[in-house]
Design a protein around this ligand. Structure first.
Ligand code: NAD
Ligand code: ZN
Length: 344
């Protein structure tokens, strides 16, 4: 097991990389522990959970709502959960986001920890302190920032994950490498097959390195005033693709990264060979790198983006693999560029 400490403005979080879920109680240190999980995770991995009270929710983006939060608050009241208790979220990004929000708001904040069970949750959703729910069709509209006390990463839990979910998680690892660690990127190029097969020593190194990149960025800029925007590499266009085409997040981010890399090259920032490396890695893993739908839909979605100010949008571009810059681009310029041949 390897340990990282994320020190951020809202609190510190211990990242227990390669620890077993069977030892999770050692980190809870509370009279009462309440688990929040989803029904799939409960069915597949419930036998490994510590014996304590449990709240099981349905799965799917549709349950990431204030209604679900309210149902959980009611159960916490029934269970007489108080400030001496700790809530443990065991599940994918949805369980983590909801658990974090519940724990941050119930009694104005009680202790919480995570055991993320998807690759995406292990390398991305569980760390960074962002939590929240969707509202009126807008993703992650209501929420807060607060760090869990710990995140326990048990790779055994990933063995039941469908291959498509593994690939989506891989997209975020590739993103972390692309924005912050050229040597991790090279390692992914060589070892992507073993990563998808969850070879223990390799997955531990890759998750550790990936978490280190995100943790270092979050420690510098938890509330996303500058540095944290780097984590949006591939996401500006990726989110628009996800929304309009309905692709899974990881696949949309894969396309978003290819577009952002090509835009970086068009602007003379990035060598074309580096774009090719990114495309090849994503292709090898089985992530999409070519858009086979109407690009106008993507631009329309960008114009409607709630985070957009005026006719410009913040974009993360690559100067080289492992080195990024944040820049404002006019949506009209973006539109012209993404329609050029060979963009994606
Ligand atoms: N807070 C953040 O910083 C942050 C970052 C990225 C994503 N997110 C959020 O994370 C969510 C997506 O997370 P996700 O991809 O983990 O989705 P998810 O939580 O819906 O999990 C995907 C599916 O896999 C199932 N599952 C979970 N663990 C499993 C396992 N070990 N074996 C088999 N099946 C398992 C779940 O029940 C679910 O059906 C989104 O809501 C997104 O907004 C948050
Ligand atoms: Zn993402």
């Amino acid at each position: 097991m390897r340990v990282l400490e994320l020190k951020a403005a809202s609190g510190n979080c211990k990242l227990l990389i390669g620890e077993s879920i069977e030892r999770v109680m050692e980190y809870c240190n509370a009279k009462k522990v309440i688990i929040i999980t989803d029904k799939n995770v409960l069915q597949l991995h419930g036998h490994t959970f510590p014996k304590c009270e449990m709240i099981s929710i349905d799965s799917g983006e549709g349950i990431k709502t204030l209604e679900t939060v309210e149902i959980i608050y009611e159960r916490l009241l029934e269970l007489e959960v108080d400030r001496s208790s700790i809530i443990l979220g065991i599940g994918g990004g949805i369980v983590c986001d909801i658990t974090g929000f519940v724990a941050t708001t119930y009694l104005r904040g009680i202790r919480f920890g995570f055991v993320p069970t998807t690759l995406l949750a292990q390398v991305d959703a569980s760390i960074g302190g962002k939590n929240g729910v969707n509202f009126k069709g807008y993703k992650n509209m209501i929420g807060a920032i607060r760090q869990p006390e710990f995140c326990l990463f048990d790779f055994e839990l990933l063995k039941t994950l469908p291959e498509s979910e593994m690939k989506c998680g891989f997209a975020e690892i590739a993103k972390h490498a692309a924005i912050g660690d050229a040597s991790l990127f090279s390692y992914l190029e060589v070892n992507y097959k073993e990563i998808l097969k969850l070879k223990k020593s390799i997955i531990e190194k890759v998750i550790y390195d990936s978490l280190k990149i995100k943790a270092d960025i979050v420690a510098k800029d938890e509330s996303e005033k500058g540095e944290r925007m780097k984590l949006n590499f591939g996401h500006t266009l990726g989110h628009a693709i996800e929304k309009t085409v309905g692709l899974p997040h990881g696949k949309a981010v894969s396309l978003g990264m290819v577009l952002a890399a090509n835009i970086s090259a068009k602007k003379g920032l990035l060598d074309k060979k580096e774009v090719e490396r990114i495309v090849r890695l994503l292709e090898n893993v089985g992530l999409p790198t070519k858009i086979d739908f109407d690009k106008n839909m993507v631009i329309d979605a960008m114009r409607k983006d709630k985070k957009r100010r005026g006719d410009e949008i913040n974009m993360v571009l690559l100067k080289s693999i492992g080195n990024v810059m944040i820049t404002k681009i006019k949506i009209d310029e973006l539109e012209a560029m993404i329609h050029e041949p060979d963009m994606c």
